[in-house]
Design a protein around this ligand. Structure first.
Ligand code: SAM
Length: 233
């Protein structure tokens, strides 16, 4: 049976994600054939003896830029009729739960491009990229870790990747709320007690308590979420 989601990551640093892809739920998803994730070295699509992937930007300025030819060739080689191409970049649209969920629900194949140096030639962005995504308002040295973040946030929405699917609905950002506080055994540790209501067995009261704590935390830390029109269920 084909994997539920196929992802091809193009990067200059495949080693940066090998551990990540072998571990935990993403690793198990790959092992069980639910996810098909391959990491490709951009240098494999160079034609010169030194495998050069970068050059100086026209117009001058600091740093180097990834050249268009290896990226065009890599993307054209990996392209399938159903694929979407995503470039990880700090000037892209901010990544959020809703976008990750949509990708998991609607896409069968993603090609992710990790930039390096000052980024990539604009012609790749203009002609081959469907989405430009940022993982936050800061700048990383290259896009490989950003791609890993996107892979993780999308794949946990692919059915059967998480052991406990219900946890998706309790996560922060579901219903535009932050998560409520959680406790496990022992009920008392070093004089610190778990709130009584959680030990009561009253499901409705527990739900109510959790909702109130979520609202309280969201109001303090992320009031912007409460004004969102679209619920991120
Ligand atoms: N000159 C670029 C700019 O100011 O927008 C930054 C280039 S950054 C040093 C090198 C590469 O790291 C980018 O092309 C991108 O692939 C990746 N990267 C850095 N920060 C990122 C972020 N916040 N989100 C996604 N990708 C990022």
């Amino acid at each position: 049976m084909p994997a539920a989601l196929k992802i091809d990551l193009i990067t200059l640093f495949p080693g940066m994600v090998s551990g990540f892809l072998a571990e935990s739920m993403i690793g198990r998803g790959i092992e069980r054939g639910i996810l098909d994730i391959k990491v490709h070295n951009l240098r494999d699509w160079t034609n010169d003896k030194h495998h050069i992937t970068d050059d100086r930007p026209f117009g001058g300025g600091a740093g180097m830029l990834l050249k268009p030819e290896p990226l065009f060739e890599a993307i054209e080689y990996l392209h399938t009729p159903e694929c979407s191409v995503i470039f990880l970049t700090p000037d892209g649209e901010p990544l959020n739960r809703s976008f990750s969920r949509q990708l998991a629900a609607k896409k069968r194949h993603l090609i992710l491009i990790s930039g390096h140096y000052e980024g990539i030639d604009q012609r790749v962005r203009d002609n081959l990229v469907d989405y430009e995504v940022s993982i936050g308002d800061y700048v990383l040295t290259n896009g490989t870790l950003a791609a890993a973040v996107l892979i993780d946030s999308v794949c946990r929405h692919v059915p059967e990747v998480l052991g406990e699917e219900k946890s998706l609905t309790q996560d922060s950002f579901a219903d535009n709320l932050l998560s409520f506080p959680q406790y496990t055994r022992p009920a008392e540790y070093r004089g610190m007690c778990v709130p009584e209501v959680l030990l009561s067995g009253h499901h409705e009261e527990i739900e109510q308590w959790r909702k109130e704590r979520s609202l309280e935390k969201t109001r303090i830390r992320r009031p912007d979420l409460l004004n969102k029109k679209e619920p991120q269920s």
